[in-house]
Design a protein around this ligand. Structure first.
Ligand code: DX5
Ligand code: ZN
Length: 232
């Protein structure tokens, strides 16, 4: 598949109904999600606990698009194989999740899975300069990781602009995660982002019996984002 910098919406199922993941995934895909974003938390690297490899494996048959697994766990290296075997299409790891991010990214690619590196709000763009060629994506956190529904941290916009310059014409996505709404999406897309994770802004007001709301929420983000791309 050739590299595609079109705007992609990746709903985070952290904001879905935890008793009904299969139907929730089917609903967001039927309503236009491009990717499905899975937030893995360990209660140690971040103050919250979510999905082990068996949970991710159970999501897999429901995901027809692209399963993007965001690992907020430390250490991360011992678990890469298990999340790859669970069916991740992409695994992203935080720089701070181990002593050797270069080795971590190599280990992800060695599993035949796409690799992403994550920048926390306190981590500068320059921190990924020497690993860009091992990455299919850089994820810019615009909240501190751990919870959905937090407020967008604006320093991620300048960071995205810097990264876009550093990446040049290399086939590397820039993903934004945290506080993405129709108001904040244009800022990061104008700065160079192409993959937008959104949890609360996609799932708010909807349910599997009222999935059109998910569709309308995603359209609002996409239209605002595409408007900013055209203007940029
Ligand atoms: C935060 C997670 C996010 C989160 C985004 O630690 O990585 O993916 O679910 O949620 P919203 O879009 O509600 O900020
Ligand atoms: Zn995430």
């Amino acid at each position: 598949m050739s590299f595609d910098r079109s705007i992609k919406i990746a709903p985070s199922i952290l904001s879905a109904d935890f008793a009904n993941f299969g139907e929730e995934i089917q609903a967001i895909e039927a309503q236009g999600a491009d990717w499905v974003h899975v937030d893995v938390m360990d209660g140690h690297f971040v103050p919250n606990l979510t999905f082990g490899p068996p949970a991710v494996k159970a999501f897999r048959p429901h995901v027809k698009t692209f399963m993007d697994v965001h690992l907020m766990i430390a250490p991360v290296d011992p678990y890469i194989e298990a999340y790859a075997e669970a069916g991740a299409d992409m695994i992203t790891a935080h720089i701070e999740a181990g002593p050797h991010i270069h080795r971590t990214l190599q280990a992800i690619r060695a599993q035949g899975v796409k690799a992403g590196v994550v920048l926390n709000p306190g981590t500068p763009a320059e921190a990924v300069a020497d690993v860009l060629d091992l990455c299919d994506m850089v994820l810019v956190m615009t909240v501190n990781p751990g919870f959905g529904g937090q407020k967008f941290i604006h320093s991620g916009v300048d960071k995205t602009r810097k990264l876009r310059q550093m990446i040049g014409d290399r086939p590397i996505h820039i993903q934004i995660d945290g506080g993405v709404t129709p108001e904040t999406a244009p800022l990061v897309v104008a700065a160079g982002a192409d993959v937008l994770v959104a949890g609360s802004a996609v799932f708010k007001g909807g349910s599997v019996s009222n999935p059109e709301v998910y569709g309308a929420n995603m359209r609002a983000i996409r239209e605002a984002a595409e408007g900013a791309r055209e203007a940029a």
